[in-house]
Ligand binder design. Structure first.
Ligand code: HEM
Length: 492
């Protein structure tokens, strides 16, 4: 009888505990979102421009939205208030990356500062090295001269086109320039022939890596397909990563020989890294880090430059106003120095306005939660991908007056900055994962832009009127301009 009582008692406790657990699970509220279809979930809702589709959906479901993308749970954050919660108050919980399959090529994700988790000591060391040895103010000041020459070459190239009345493909010229600005900062040399198609292997490799990483990949939504790699994205990425890592390795060998001969001034990034190798960083990490810097820094910079030029050519009054400021502060026809940028407030407003309306990484680099996380009364389930829609925030009419208009003046009287403190404008992200290349980007972009408009007037190719300029975007890992910006330079 006693046994039966004990058994009944245990059964009762078990039912009670189970009931409590089930009701607890039921009280876990996931954020609202569209109803998922079998197998594909909400994938069909993304379309060709997911940043726009998700902005529309957020209007219906709210600033925190839960989606099912194939087998993956994804949460989209679309307001600056929640972005602050995610990247400031609960930054640690949201700081790991959702590493897309393409970057598993050559096990890059195991070494990459972009993809390593934040609790990994290698990530912390790499971030420290980047901040103190690569992008500190002193370091950037010391190697500014390596970049000045590249701006001069861009202007020389435009001069050549102007002489024959030929249009410049601004995006291509900006890509070559930002690649060479970076390669000179890192290696003190060009890795692609300025504006010639002969030595284009490196340029194409960087380009191809960005294209593969930007393609929607079934494996990222259906991880069981990983082994099959149905679109061949990892296979091709492996080929490109291998080639680029070889190239980096050759450059390091070359530099080590030069250093043995003792004829170096130790000014560029590679010198700084070799100075602390093998103590703080090893050779493989240097190769992978250089790859990261090119992948993260080239397209982002050149697309921003192309968009800024496109906005100026579409808005001739803004261009005139910027040219007037340059004429007064620098003098017409001259190139801009990095130090000049501090004296050019309107040029800086133009850069901010470009970052607002054309953020290059519209969802930031996807993040991931490792545990269930509570946010705004909802549970974000463990392993969810977290997308922060900065594109939507830049166009949020509750934050910005006339958000679709390009109006740099909005920043005249405003302290809002892009450095990750003002969550309505976070094109470089914020928190632990904020873009470490920000100090370099905010030097290169105004200098290149200011130099282009202080030496030339620009006429849109094909007699297109400024107001008719096509501003369509192309979604990828960065937000490119769909139609290349072609413009004829006319010396001022
Ligand atoms: C207009 C130029 C640029 C923009 C808009 C931009 C934007 C971003 C964004 C949004 C992130 C992710 C931040 C987050 O998750 O919160 C990021 C990360 C990163 N960026 Fe940039 N970036 C730019 C230029 C550069 C440059 C020039 C470099 C270096 C040469 C660079 C290197 C990196 C690296 C290494 C990371 C990964 C950091 C980490 O995950 O710990 N970026 N960038």
């Amino acid at each position: 009888m006693d046994y039966i009582n004990i058994l009944l008692g245990l059964l009762f406790v078990w039912i009670l505990v189970r009931g409590v657990l089930i009701s607890l699970r039921r009280t876990k509220r996931v954020a609202p979102g569209p109803f998922p279809l079998p197998i594909i979930g909400n994938l069909h809702l993304l379309g060709h421009k997911p940043h726009i589709s998700l902005t529309q959906l957020a209007k219906k479901y709210g600033p925190i939205m839960n989606l099912k993308l194939g087998q993956i749970n994804a949460v989209v954050i679309s307001s600056s208030v929640l972005a602050k919660e995610v990247m400031q108050k609960q930054d640690l919980a949201f700081s790991n990356r959702f590493a897309i399959d393409a970057v598993h090529a050559c096990n890059h994700n195991d070494f990459s500062v972009i993809w390593l988790p934040v609790n990994n000591s290698q990530w912390r060391t790499l971030r420290k090295i980047i901040n103190s040895h690569i992008f500190s103010g002193n370091k950037l000041d010391a190697n500014e001269h390596l970049r000045t020459k590249k701006i001069q070459e861009l202007i020389d190239y435009c001069h050549k086109s102007s002489k024959v009345g030929e249009a410049v493909d601004i995006g291509r010229a900006a890509f070559t320039t930002s690649l060479n600005l970076l390669s000179n900062t890192i290696f003190s040399k060009d890795l692609t022939d300025p504006f010639s198609d002969s030595a284009k292997e490196f340029k194409e490799l960087v380009w191809k890596i960005m294209v593969e990483a930007g393609k929607p990949n079934l494996v990222d939504y259906f991880p069981f397909l990983k082994k099959i790699d149905p679109q061949g994205i990892r296979r091709r990425s492996t080929d490109y990563f291998t080639k680029i890592l070889h190239l980096m390795s050759d450059l390091i060998d070359e530099r080590l020989k030069e250093r043995e001969l003792g004829n170096r001034e130790n000014v560029d990034v590679l010198d700084a890294l070799l100075d602390i190798c093998p103590g703080e960083i090893d050779r493989n990490q240097i190769e992978q880090l250089c790859l990261d810097l090119f992948a993260a820094g080239t397209d982002t910079t050149s697309n921003t430059l192309e968009w800024a030029m496109a906005e100026l050519l579409k808005n001739p009054h803004t261009l005139e106003k910027a040219q007037k400021e340059l004429e007064q502060v620098i003098g017409r026809g001259k190139l801009i120095d990095e130090a000049d940028v501090a004296k050019l407030p309107y040029l800086r407003c133009i850069a901010k306005e470009t970052f607002r309306i054309h953020p290059q990484v519209p969802f930031l680099i996807p993040r991931k939660v490792e545990e269930d996380v509570e946010l705004h009364g909802y549970t974000i389930p463990k392993d969810s991908q977290v997308l922060v829609n900065v594109w939507a925030m830049g166009r949020d009419s509750s934050l910005w007056k006339d958000p679709l208009e390009f109006k740099p003046e909005r920043f005249w009287e405003s302290d809002i900055d892009v450095r990750g403190r003002d969550f309505e404008l976070i094109p470089f992200g914020a928190g632990r994962r904020i873009c470490p290349g920000l100090p370099l980007a905010i030097r290169m972009i105004p200098v290149a832009l200011g130099s282009l408009i202080n030496t030339f007037n620009w006429k849109l190719y094909g007699g297109i009127a400024p107001k008719d300029l096509d501003m369509e975007e192309k979604f990828g890992i960065t937000l490119a301009k769909a139609q290349p910006l072609l413009a004829i330079p006319i010396p001022l």
